[in-house]
Ligand binder design. Structure first.
Ligand code: SAM
Length: 239
C-alpha cells in the first residue's frame, strides 16, 4: 500500500494525536448526546445495516466503536448473539457501557474492549460480522488494520465498512486528526482489501447524504465539504 506523505510525522505520533483528540471529544459526551449522534448518522448507517440483516445468532465486532453509533444502531435493528466494541478511547467505552445498560440494550450482550484496531485483542476466526464506521480512515497503518480484520473474521464472514475517501490524488498537508489526510482513494482501498483476502461485494456512494447532513448541521464536519471528500459504504466478505 502507498505510504502517506502527509505531515511527515511518525505513525506512532499520528495515532497518539488521534487518540488524544477522541479522548477529548468523547469526554464532552453523555448518553443523551451519543444517542442523538447515533440518530443523526442513521441515514448513512441504516441502508448499510439493512443489506446484511438479520443479526440473530451472530458474533459481531465493531472496530472503532466510539460511543456506539453503528453498533447500537445495528442492535436496534436486530439483536445479535454478541456485540463486541473495540476502541482505544476509554471515555468512549465508558459511555458505550452506560448505553448498553439502558433499554432496549440491557437484555442484549454488549462488551466494550479497550484496544488498538491495528492489533485487535480478539481471537482469530471469531467474528461472523465486522462493522466499522468512520474509523478506518484514522488508522496510520491501514494494511495492518485490514489484516487484523481478516484475521478475526470467520471464513465467509461479512464486513460492513462505512467511511470517508479522498478524491484528490495527493494529500496536500491535511491533518490526519481532521479525519482527512489519512483517507485512501476508493481505488487504493479496493487494492488493499484484496491483498488482505477481503472481497468487496457491494458499494454505495453516500457522499450526497453526508453533504446534506453537514448542511443541516446534523454532522459537524466542515472538512468534508472543504476537501471535497467522498463517503462510501462497502459490504465485503472474507474470502
Ligand atoms: C469518528 S469516530 C466513529 C465512532 C463510531 N464508529 C461511530 O460511527 O459513531 C472514530 C473512532 O475510532 C476510534 N479509533 C481511531 N483509531 C483507532 C485505533 N487505532 N484503535 C482503536 N480505536 C481507534 C476513535 O477513538 C473514535 O472513537
Amino acid at each position: 500500500m502507498r505510504k502517506h506523505e502527509c505531515d511527515c510525522r511518525s505513525r506512532k505520533e499520528l495515532k497518539q494525536g488521534t487518540r488524544r483528540r477522541y479522548e477529548a471529544q468523547w469526554g464532552g459526551y453523555d448518553i443523551r448526546k451519543a444517542n442523538e449522534r447515533r440518530l443523526n448518522n442513521s441515514p448513512v448507517a441504516d441502508p448499510l445495516l439493512r443489506m446484511i440483516l438479520p443479526f440473530t445468532g451472530k458474533t459481531m465486532v465493531d472496530l472503532g466503536v466510539g460511543t456506539g453509533g453503528f453498533a447500537f444502531r445495528a442492535m436496534e435493528f436486530s439483536a445479535p448473539e454478541r456485540m463486541i466494541g473495540v476502541d482505544f478511547s476509554s471515555h468512549a467505552l465508558q459511555i458505550s457501557r452506560a448505553i448498553a445498560r439502558t433499554e432496549p440494550f440491557a437484555a442484549m450482550d454488549f462488551e466494550a474492549v479497550l484496544g488498538d484496531v491495528e492489533r485487535i485483542p480478539i481471537a482469530s476466526r471469531s467474528a461472523d460480522i465486522i462493522l466499522s464506521q468512520a474509523s478506518f480512515n484514522l488508522l496510520p497503518d491501514k494494511e495492518s488494520g485490514l489484516k487484523e480484520m481478516a484475521r478475526i473474521a470467520k471464513p465467509g464472514a461479512k464486513l460492513l465498512l462505512s467511511d470517508v475517501f479522498r478524491t484528490k490524488r495527493k494529500c496536500e498537508g491535511e491533518s490526519w486528526e481532521a479525519c482527512v489526510g489519512g483517507a485512501l482513494t476508493v481505488a487504493e482501498f479496493s487494492t488493499a482489501t484484496l491483498s488482505a483476502g477481503i472481497i468487496i461485494t457491494q458499494q454505495t456512494d453516500f457522499t450526497q447524504k453526508v453533504l446534506q447532513l453537514v448542511k443541516s448541521k446534523k454532522w459537524d464536519w466542515p472538512e468534508f465539504v472543504e476537501h471535497k471528500l467522498d463517503y462510501r459504504g462497502f459490504v465485503m466478505q472474507k474470502a
